[in-house]
Design a binder for this molecule. Structure first.
Ligand code: GDP
Length: 445
């Protein structure tokens, strides 16, 4: 799965490897190639469009990290967008407050529902639950027997109509299974429902009837990852026909192009919760969007590198900031501005400050910085001469007026800024004093 897509993406990334920076034309070309790669992997068009729009706006926008080279930046953003279309966070089962939790499986015939029922039961059992499998697929010959075999392998009980009574009522079986679960002390009920080769109204009605009779906590839509472009219409039909709360991808071990996997979350609006990767009971796991994305990119190493580069860059910035904070008497208007600007970039400045005595007030002050204020502050400080920035004491009345006019603000704004700066400067001095780090620290720099 995803081999072709992975290969295409690697090629695209390699083609920008040697670039020092990306022009708009480079970005457009890269975006076009990624678009094609996704389409060829059978990803649904609306999903591709959303993906590319997001990618372009992020790459062209201000979100350019100085820590990364152009290739790393693109890989990082593609990775994050892949995680996003795969659902972001890993989604866990919503267990009922009052057991049994009812999990209903829906999907086309052959999607892998019955197999999945067995796998899920086995997985839940290992997780400390005591599941009951319910054979409400009375349509397909052998489905009941298949479920019994799976249940035995998984070491769980199965609730099924008597053998040979294929004409039984699946809704009744599903309803009765809840009482059976309660009687037998089972905390999760997994209901296997009938599928058809294509979507039809009778099947949807039956699924709705089972749903209404059992009020599932989860309705999982099982979809064959090899299904290709049909994924969208099938997923929409189940979303609208039965209502689903999560998706299970089956047959991820196949060599299909993987488009269904990348489209289904966007189309259904529901998260992929589990993935099935083979015919054995153990070929099954919780679905992790981030792991799947890095598998598609096939760039585990580079992703680690990106993380490390960013962390190192952040650490360097923090180090510089800490240094400045410690040298209270060096603290100038330039530093004040730089500090405010970095607050936006690196939220965790609060962490540095937290480590310092007397920091609470400082933190409050830093948190008050909003973007407009920051623009204003920048304009004001930029209108000062180098001497004024270095030594704010020289800024008298006439200089204040000049600065106000130069930066298009009022004298009052300039006064306020200088007052805030003085406060900050005082706090710096206090902190330096408390830490026993007088002017002497400068010599050790
Ligand atoms: P149902 O009609 O939805 O209940 O589908 P089944 O559970 O009977 O599965 C249909 C076929 O797909 C069976 O031959 C299964 O062994 C096979 N199958 C199910 N899940 C997987 C999987 O994850 N990988 C592979 N390779 N085969 C699977």
């Amino acid at each position: 799965m995803f081999d072709a897509l992975s290969e295409r993406l690697s090629g695209i990334f390699a083609s920008i490897r040697s670039k020092g920076r990306l022009t708009d034309a480079d970005i457009d070309k890269t975006a076009r190639e990624i678009r094609l790669a996704l389409l060829e992997a059978d990803v649904a068009l609306p999903v591709v469009k959303a993906f590319i729009a997001q990618l372009k706006s992020r790459v062209k926008g201000t979100e350019v990290s100085q820590a990364l080279n152009p290739e790393q930046q693109i890989v990082k953003i593609v990775n994050e967008e892949l995680v996003e279309i795969l659902g972001g966070e890993t989604r866990r089962i919503n267990y009922a407050k009052q057991p049994p939790t009812v999990i209903m499986l829906a999907g086309l015939q052959g999607a892998g529902k019955t197999t999945l029922a067995g796998k899920l039961a086995s997985w839940l059992k290992k997780d400390g639950h005591s599941p009951l499998l319910v054979a409400a697929d009375l349509q397909r010959l052998n489905a009941v027997d298949q479920l019994k075999v799976l249940a035995e392998r998984a070491g769980v009980d199965v609730y099924a109509p008597e053998a040979g009574s294929g004409a039984g009522d699946p809704v009744q079986v599903a309803r009765d299974s809840l009482a059976e679960a309660e009687r037998a002390g089972r905390d999760v009920v997994i209901i296997d429902t009938a599928g058809r080769l294509g979507i039809d109204e009778e099947m949807m009605q039956q699924a709705r009837d089972i749903r209404d009779a059992t009020k599932p906590d989860e309705t999982l839509f099982v979809i064959d990852a090899m299904i290709g472009q049909d994924a969208v219409s099938t997923a929409e039909a189940f979303r609208d026909g039965v209502g689903i709360s999560g998706v299970v991808l089956s047959k991820l071990d196949g060599d299909a192009r993987g488009g269904a996997a990348l489209s289904v979350r966007h189309v259904t609006g529901q998260p992929i919760m589990f993935a099935s990767t083979g015919e054995k009971l153990a070929d099954f796991d919780v679905f992790h969007p981030d792991r799947m994305a890095s598998r598609i990119l096939g760039m585990g190493d580079m992703l680690t590198l990106i993380e490390q580069a960013e962390a190192a860059f952040d650490a360097e910035q923090k180090e510089e900031m800490t240094q400045k904070l410690m040298e209270g008497d060096d603290f100038t208007l330039e530093d004040f501005l730089a500090q405010m600007q970095s607050i936006r970039k690196m939220g965790p400045i609060a962490n540095i400050i937290k480590m310092m005595p007397g920091a609470a007030q400082m933190k409050d002050q830093l948190e008050q910085v909003d973007e407009k204020q920051l623009d204003k502050t920048t304009a004001i400080i930029r209108s000062m001469t180098a001497e004024e920035r270095r030594n704010s004491k020289v800024i008298n009345g006439s200089r204040r007026l000049r600065i106000a006019n130069g930066s298009g603000v009022t004298v009052n704004d300039v006064n306020q800024l200088l007052n805030r700066f003085k406060e900050a400067q005082k706090m710096m001095k206090n902190m330096t004093g408390m830490m026993g780090m007088g002017g002497g620290t400068k010599a050790t720099k």
